[in-house]
Ligand binder design. Structure first.
Ligand code: KG4
Ligand code: ZN
Length: 341
């Protein structure tokens, strides 16, 4: 079964052809980073306007790269929630048009379930149940993945996402956008123990990042005019990365021990953080837990993960009606859709 998958929940427009829920025949992701560099972040209206042309281009290129034509496609899968509403609607409308024109089923995929599924692409050994930390610019959640379609959140950030902290601190440090990526590189040159950041202990497996963000911003303001700012910048990157990674891995390992899970995976843009991957790999080894992570191109937003999860949704009968809407977050999603998430 060949699925054309579309992902446009934020600023990247991505399309992929996925076969039988395992083979990624092609992946084309078109970025809008350059446009947003001068703003230091995504401007929602500009992102959705950009998608109007980019989603079509990405889909055409994905078909070309897979060397197939549209009439070979058996179904179209698309991210419908959560994300920037204008961006989601653009991808969803394209997918609906494709489904109507080709007479194929439409599959609506939840973005975070897609991130979890990115782990199946290169790790055929990974099968539910497992724990997955989804950590990105908008989310920090630990999911108990009971089977391919049933997920339970067992911990999450009660305020900012870890990626939001990296991006915001990077902005104050005048590091180019997207900040998390460059901060990771600079952190390798700094001292991770230069500063002790305040890590809040809140209810079991949950996170709170807003205090860490505010503390870091205040520290930067104190040091902005000092002559050794360049040294401070490297130490700040290293200390922030060290603290965030320690916090994420502590909660994730404790959750696995408590629930008796022997497989742990990570996903989302921050999952490509080099220290997070290194620390979790060694902590898992020490605790007899198998550790899985996608390669960086499948950590950030991409349509291949939507195609993989789309296959599992289709297999369990979760096709979408053509009047399905997009949802910026989970709360207002009607029950008949929510129950299938
Ligand atoms: O999953 P993603 O592409 O989009 C969202 O759904 O948010 O994640 C983007 C986030 C951004 O905050 C970016 O700064 C962060 O992932 N990121 C990183 C790294 N690469 C990207 N954060 C830490 N270390 C990295 N190497
Ligand atoms: Zn994402």
């Amino acid at each position: 079964m060949k699925i054309l998958a579309i992902e446009s929940s934020c600023d990247d427009a991505s399309a992929s052809i996925v076969e039988d829920g395992v083979n990624v025949l092609s992946l084309e992701t078109l970025h809008q980073n350059e446009k947003f560099a001068k703003f230091g972040g995504v401007v929602p209206e500009l992102a959705s306007r950009g998608h109007v042309g980019l989603v079509f281009k990405a889909a055409k290129e994905a078909l070309n790269k897979a060397n197939i034509t549209a009439n070979i496609i058996d179904a179209v899968a698309v991210t419908f929630a959560p994300g920037l509403i204008g961006s989601l609607l653009t991808g969803l409308s394209f997918a609906k048009g494709f489904a109507i024109a080709r007479g194929v089923p439409l599959i609506a995929v939840h973005h975070l379930k897609g991130h979890v599924a990115s782990n199946y692409i290169e790790n055929p050994k990974l099968k539910p149940p497992f724990l997955c930390l989804v950590v990105s610019g908008g989310h920090t959640s630990i999911f108990d993945v009971k089977n391919y379609n049933e997920f339970k959140i067992i911990g999450k950030s009660i305020d900012d996402a870890a990626g939001e902290v990296f991006d915001k601190v990077a902005r104050y440090l005048e590091i180019p956008y997207p900040g998390g990526y460059y901060l990771d590189e600079l952190a390798n040159k700094g001292n991770p123990e230069a500063f002790v950041l305040p890590i809040p202990e809140i209810s079991e497996f949950n996170f709170s990042f807003s205090g860490i963000k505010t503390w870091s911003i205040n520290k930067i303001k104190e040091n902005l005019e000092k002559s050794d700012f360049e040294r401070f910048k490297l130490d700040m990157c290293a200390s922030l990365r060290f603290s965030v990674v320690k916090y994420l891995s502590k909660n994730l390992i404790s959750a696995a021990k408590k629930l008796g899970r022997t497989n742990i995976a990570i996903a989302g843009g921050v999952a490509s953080n080099s220290l997070l991957r290194h620390v979790l790999k060694s902590k898992c080894e020490l605790n007899g837990i198998n550790f899985f992570c996608p390669s960086p191109k499948y950590c950030t937003d991409n349509a291949a993960m939507i195609g993989i999860q789309g296959f599992y949704e289709f297999k369990s009968g979760n096709t979408a009606p053509l009047d399905i809407n997009a949802y910026a977050n989970k709360k207002p999603i009607p029950e008949y859709i929510r129950s299938a998430l």
